[in-house]
Design a binder for this molecule. Sequence first.
Ligand SMILES: *Cc1c(COP(=O)(O)O)cnc(C)c1O
Length: 485
Amino acid sequence: MADGSAVPDNGRMDPEEFRSAGHELVDWIADYRTKVGSLPVRSFVAPGDVLRALPATPPAAAEALSAVVADLDSVIVPAITHTQHPRNFAWFPSNASLSSVLGDLAAAGLGALGLSWQSAPALTELEQAVCSWMRQLAGLSDAWSGTILDGASTASLVALLVARERATGSSSRRGGLQQEASPLTVYCSREAHSSVSKAVLLAGYGVDNLCLVDAPAPGYEMSPAALAAAMAADVRQGRRPAAVVATAGTTGTTAFDPIGDIAEIAGRHGAYLHVDAAMGGAALLLEERRELFDGLEGADSLCWNPHKWMGTVLETSLYYVRDSAELVGVMATDPSYLRSSVDGAVVQYRDWGIPLGRRFRALKVWFQLRLDGPDALRARLRRDLANASRFASLVGAQPDWHVLAPVRLQTVCVRHEPDGLAGTALDDHTLAWCEAVNASGRAHLTPAKLEDRWMVRISVGAEATEWDDLEELWALMRDAATATD
Ligand SMILES: *Cc1c(COP(=O)(O)O)cnc(C)c1O
């Protein structure tokens, strides 16, 4: 108003109210992170508990922040498996570093609209800069250019869409796959993530045209000989190898497919090569681990998730390609309301992926890199690698305990195999002691199948995890395994 008098309260939170509520909420988050190690790791709610604790109808009137925060404490926190807990060893590290939380808050506060370069030039150009910084930190050549997607599943889908268009000379700009004369095939290790088969399905190849290549013990990495044989057999039968997805750090055992050999075999058939390093990619930050990725420069695209071990808040998935023009050729549309005079001179990230409106994701990485610094990040990753290998030595030295796969990074796969237990009885024992550990609330582990037998994965790498936490876990595991013998 012209006279500067107070605007009548229209129910909208104004900046001054936000200032005070925001401080209160930041305090609440800091308190949560301080006490998270004393909470049960696993959530013990039953299906429907949360829903029943919530009103069935929307709020009739505005409430105070204190009422919302009280429900955060009483309804929400007990219904979370605390991935930030120091004794969370489940799935994979899903760190949300507080430096990155601040970047996420800044992104939400700015409320920038990422539709085009013009709609928020900084959103685009900070993303370009951050993708370049991360590329340099990962030791990748400047032949790669990157974007930030929501996740590795989307990256696999985008890669397989590009591969499809490459193999068919842009069939989607004509009659699509429905007019192709012979089927296109895709290859990945049988240890590859389920998102690869989902991407095959969504990109229209049909799951019958996905070949799960052998990945034998003891390392569980893709066999290049089996890949070459499968591709040659498909060609003989009139099928066309279109793409290979290599995994750098499988979900089960963190196996690394031999990218150099795979690139060479894919190259013989003109097949596109995507590298899924969703979890393992963080190890690129460590020079001494880069040999695991030998041959990477021969791939067409690469994805890795800073939102896992590195600790950037979800959804931060780096997607790099060697030929961005090819990617844009597949993804671009050109609606009139998005055209501007700078088109052609700028990057339009909407043409590097699927969604149009994008969040200011680069801020999360920018804050984390600047506030924590790369050295601290590398030191933490090295701590986790050392803890995992020390834990594997400790467990592997005990009678009846076995480490089942090479510890390439921070995941240790184990089984307790007392004399006389085999087959399904061994499976029952494995699942029982794992569940006993999880039911204690003092640590959390994930069982998984390896060659059709249950085993237990200990995924080290929560930001708060120190060696003491692994010692406590080991005591819990031994107690649980002997109690359920
Ligand atoms: C976690 C993971 C995925 C899935 O990543 P999202 O970002 O959750 O889609 C895919 N592949 C591998 C190897 C993973 O570790």
